[in-house]
Design a protein around this ligand. Structure first.
Ligand SMILES: Cc1ncc(COP(=O)(O)O)c(C=O)c1O
Length: 390
């Protein structure tokens, strides 16, 4: 089995472009919050395949929906109506805040953001997009230009024009950057890669006011905060603030690639045939997975699960004397340690068969588990974490 694992690792190393630093094991199977390696080891997945597997790995209901759909119709484009797409669109709109009545389906987070930026520019007739230092919005040109972590933009020329960055959480700095040519303010309501940073309620409220005054659009990148991760379906609506557009992806279809751009009736009415498009967006398999994902979140009361167990996890973490700070909401959690770098903790947890994430801020350990994570597994994590610090 060990030899089989090594040969799989060798093959990937040989044939895949080496753009990822990978964990040294091969995952061949997953079930709920657990993943299993080719050598028979079992890992607790508190990283969720990077905030993707909302309903846990290979949830039977999601698997069944995908299999049934694949047996019936794998694909047809947006040029025809489709029963699964119709139901999925209705369900997603139903769980979104009331103001969001229309969806445009895409395939990834970056594609959702590209389309949001494009729409803001087209509908306002303006150029500039204000985003935030520490943000991550994706790797294609528009989303990359909006990304406020400079290392992702380094050495790539030309960068798209019209992008400026404000310090996160500082509305006065945004006000200084705002001008007559501002099309949009784009933000992750909780910066994930930037170190799980959330603003004060007044920050979001002031951004809304500034957009209204300037005739600019407020765009929430909910690629990570969407689909229940914060304990509500979306961050939009919190503190009484509704953006003009929500972009989302990752957890949307429990692991089948899918993204979405949500907007209100007024904005949608300005769009006409041909303004937005994508071949695979809204494909039947992704839509079947989305429909099943939403059904599981609802029927298994996963939002309640996230709220209840996140409160427990955060309060237990705050009792640990080696923990300096616990950040985030729901199952998007950042842990800062008094000793500094989070790396030794990530490594120590990995040795105890628990997968966690780090962030661009090297002092933050990130937890992005499936929404199904329960108290017993949280206790297992807390014991493992304490064992490292001792
Ligand atoms: C907040 C946020 N926006 C956008 C993206 C880009 O999403 P994708 O990798 O699906 O293009 C990511 C990916 O990590 C993200 O975390």
């Amino acid at each position: 089995m060990q030899a089989q694992q090594e040969s799989i690792i060798d093959l990937e190393e040989k044939y895949q472009v080496a753009t990822y630093k990978k964990f040294p094991f091969v995952i061949e199977r997953g079930e709920d919050v657990w993943v299993y390696t080719t050598v028979g080891e079992k890992y607790l997945d508190l990283y969720g395949g990077h905030a993707v597997v909302a309903t846990g790995h290979s949830h039977p209901r999601v698997v069944k929906a995908i299999a049934e759909q694949a047996g019936r119709l794998i694909f047809y484009s947006n040029l025809v109506y489709n029963d699964t797409r119709a139901r999925a669109a209705k369900k997603l709109v139903e769980v979104a805040p009331d103001a969001f009545t229309k969806v445009f389906f895409v395939n990834s987070g970056t594609e959702a953001n590209e389309n949001a930026i494009k729409m803001a520019r087209k509908l306002t007739g303006k150029l500039n997009v204000i985003s935030f230092e520490g943000s991550f919005h994706g790797r294609t040109p528009g989303s990359l230009a909006a990304t406020g972590l400079p290392k992702y933009r380094e050495g790539i020329r030309p960068m798209l024009e019209g992008h400026v960055y404000a310090p996160f959480g500082e509305a006065e700095a945004v006000e200084k950057l705002l001008d007559n040519d501002t099309a949009a303010i784009l933000l992750e309501p909780i910066q994930s890669m930037g170190g799980v940073r959330m603003g004060e309620p007044e920050f979001y409220q002031r951004l809304r006011e500034l957009c209204d005054q300037a005739g600019a659009m407020l765009i929430y990148d909910e690629v990570q905060t969407g689909m229940g991760r914060t304990g509500e379906y979306f961050f939009a609506g919190r503190f009484g603030v509704q953006p003009d557009m929500i972009t989302t992806a990752k957890a949307l279809a429990s692991g089948i690639p899918m993204g979405a751009l949500l907007m209100g009736e007024a904005m949608a009415s300005h769009l006409k045939s041909g303004d937005l498009g994508t071949t695979f967006g809204g494909g039947p398999i992704a839509c079947a997975a989305l429909e099943a994902t939403l059904a599981v979140i609802e029927e298994e009361k996963l939002l309640d699960n996230v709220c209840k167990n996140s409160a427990y996890l955060c309060s237990e973490l705050r009792k640990l004397e080696f923990v300096e700070e616990v950040r985030g909401l729901g199952y998007l959690i950042g842990i800062k340690f008094k000793s500094g770098s989070a790396k030794p903790f990530q490594q120590g947890l990995l040795e105890q068969k628990i997968i966690t994430g780090v962030a661009d801020d090297v002092n933050i350990l990130r937890l992005l588990p499936p929404l199904t994570l329960k108290r017993a597994e949280i206790d297992r994590f807390l014991v493992a974490l304490s064992a490292i610090a001792l």
